[in-house]
Write a protein of this length. Structure first.
Length: 154
C-alpha cells in the first residue's frame, strides 16, 4: 500500500478576517493556495467554495482557522512550506496570529487516495499535543517513516 502525508495546522487570529489588522494575511491566501496547488508533490487541500478554508470551522472559536493538506512525502511538503513564497507568510505569522501555548500543527500518514476530515485532523493534533511525536502524529523535527503494511499506523 502507498501512503501520503496529511498535515493540519491551526492558528487563532488576533482579529476577525474582515478586520484591517488581518488584511495583509487575507490578501495572500489566494496566491499562496495557488502556489500550493501547483507545487511538486501536492495532492489535496481543505477548501470550501471560497477557495480556501477560512470559513470551515475547526471548533466553536470563530477566530481559530484551520489548514489541512495532503502531500506525496515529507520532503515535498517541507519544500513548499520552507523553500517557497510560503516561507515569508510563515515568517510573518506573529502579525496576524496569537502566540500558541501548544503546538498547532502535526503530520500523519494516510493511505493514498484517502482524504482526511477536520475531525480526524483535530484528533491527530490533540494526540500530538498530549503525547508528542509518535507514528500516530508527528512533526518535521521528529518524523516517522511511512508505515509498512505490517505496521499500519493510520
Amino acid at each position: 500500500m502507498n501512503y501520503h502525508l496529511a498535515q493540519i495546522n491551526i492558528s487563532r487570529l488576533i482579529a476577525p478576517l474582515d478586520d484591517p489588522k488581518i488584511a495583509e494575511f487575507v490578501s495572500q491566501l489566494e496566491p499562496i493556495n495557488a502556489l500550493a496547488d501547483k507545487a511538486g508533490g501536492f495532492v489535496w487541500r481543505l477548501q470550501s467554495e471560497s477557495g480556501n478554508a477560512t470559513d470551515i470551522a475547526y471548533n466553536e472559536d470563530a477566530l481559530v482557522i484551520v489548514n489541512m493538506s495532503v502531500w506525496e512525502s515529507i520532503e515535498t511538503l517541507r519544500e513548499f512550506a520552507y523553500k517557497s513564497s510560503h516561507r515569508e507568510v510563515f515568517r510573518d505569522r506573529a502579525k496576524w496570529f496569537e502566540k500558541a501555548v501548544k503546538p498547532g500543527y502535526c503530520l500523519w500518514w494516510i493511505p493514498s487516495g484517502q482524504i482526511p476530515t477536520v475531525a480526524e485532523g483535530r484528533e491527530r493534533l490533540e494526540y500530538y499535543q498530549k503525547h508528542g511525536a509518535t507514528p500516530h502524529s508527528f512533526w518535521f523535527s521528529q518524523p516517522f517513516p511511512q508505515p509498512t503494511d505490517e505496521g499500519v499506523c493510520v
